[in-house]
Design a binder for this molecule. Structure first.
Ligand SMILES: *Cc1c(COP(=O)(O)O)cnc(C)c1O
Length: 350
């Protein structure tokens, strides 16, 4: 607390990211990073940008990367917005598209950054409870709102909402923007991007942090009709003209150009996810059906905090949220085969 702070700062409740421990040789299954590493072509592209051109500002519009993403997803470059990680894209979305004096709706069990952005931009947040089985029910999104956002697949549940249900939410809210945060969509869900042409109120947000193994590069993007993208550009150009540096622009472009690497990593994660799910079920866990690179699981006889602490004692870190409804769950990122084996062995001994 300080007299020098702007009044708003006193009220902020910042997001708390998963721990990035400094110790080596931990089995780190707590922040949904991809265990397989970025494509060698990404590293090569970044290396080739390490030269005198770093004295020059990068392309403020990220033209070349936007064209690559547009071609990849079958939209036009005017429909693509880039940000420094999708977290920055989300922040601009809240400011540019959700300020209508009405509460923003999002599932009560979902990404905990959403209420933080509401606090930052003084938007009322209205968490909408997911069902007993942790599903999003489109019927619950028929109420006055200033915008709607949900991850699909949802985090931390891993559950995927079928696209016809996403459409039901879009159709029930033609006057408000519906944001589908697809951070995990590449692990088996269907993207809503093909719906963008039909729904002027749809905005889809994706990241290179998860399926493309580039959490450290900080690249996220949004796809929508050009009018919504223009709103984001206005905010971005009033905030930071150069959200992506030269290395990030080059690395991200190369990531989209190595489709084979992307597919291999993603399939390995999906394969391991199914294996971890069966193993956990064999140990008596209830595992929610996941289309993400993590599973959300609880044991009928053990508390989540006890299990998380026990694993930690063995050098295995998973995410535990000490929050109502999900206190008994662990969110476990899918790691390499060796890491997943360590997890399963660890749980067997607890
Ligand atoms: C990881 C994650 C993000 C943020 O991704 P970055 O691009 O790394 O900022 C956004 N939304 C959800 C639901 C996530 O899990």
């Amino acid at each position: 607390m300080s007299q020098y702070w702007s009044p708003l700062v006193h009220d902020l409740e910042p997001y708390v990211p998963g721990e990035q421990p400094k110790m080596a040789d931990l089995v780190k299954l707590n922040t949904n990073e991809n265990p397989f590493g970025p494509s060698p072509k990404v590293l090569e592209a970044i290396r080739s940008e390490l030269n005198d051109s770093l004295r020059l500002y990068p392309d403020p519009e990220g033209e070349s990367l936007r064209r690559t993403i547009a071609d990849y997803h079958g939209v036009s470059p005017e429909q693509v917005f880039l940000g420094n990680g999708s977290d920055e894209v989300l922040a601009h979305i809240f400011q540019a598209l959700f300020q209508h004096g009405e509460p923003v709706l999002f599932p009560d069990i979902s990404y905990s950054f959403y209420p933080v952005y509401c606090g930052l931009y003084r938007i009322e947040a209205r968490p909408v409870p997911v069902t007993e089985s942790f599903e999003i029910d489109p019927e619950d999104y028929r109420q006055a709102n200033g915008g709607i956002i949900f991850p699909n697949p949802n985090a931390p549940t891993g559950r995927f909402l079928a696209l016809d249900k996403v459409e039901a939410i879009l159709r029930a809210n033609p006057d408000r923007v519906v944001v589908v945060d697809e951070a995990y969509v590449d692990f088996g869900g269907d993207s809503a991007i093909p719906l963008v042409d039909r729904y002027p109120n749809l905005l889809v947000c994706q990241t290179l942090s998860k399926a493309r193994s580039l959490a450290g590069l900080r690249v996220g993007f949004a796809i929508a009709q050009a009018e919504l993208i223009e709103a984001l550009n206005r905010v971005k150009n009033s905030f930071n003209s150069y959200p992506l540096d030269r290395l990030a622009l080059a690395g991200a472009k190369a990531a989209f150009e190595d489709e084979a690497w992307f597919r291999r990593c993603r399939e390995a994660v999906i394969h391991e996810r199914e294996r971890v799910t069966s193993a956990l079920e064999g140990l008596g866990f209830e595992v929610l059906p996941s289309k993400a690179n993590f599973v959300f699981a609880r044991h009928p006889g053990r508390s989540g905090s006890e299990l998380a602490r026990g694993l930690r004692g063995q050098g295995i870190i998973v995410r535990h949220f000490d929050k109502p409804r999900i206190r008994d769950f662990l969110r476990i990122t899918i790691g390499t085969t060796e890491q997943n084996d360590a997890l399963i062995r660890g749980l067997q001994t607890l």
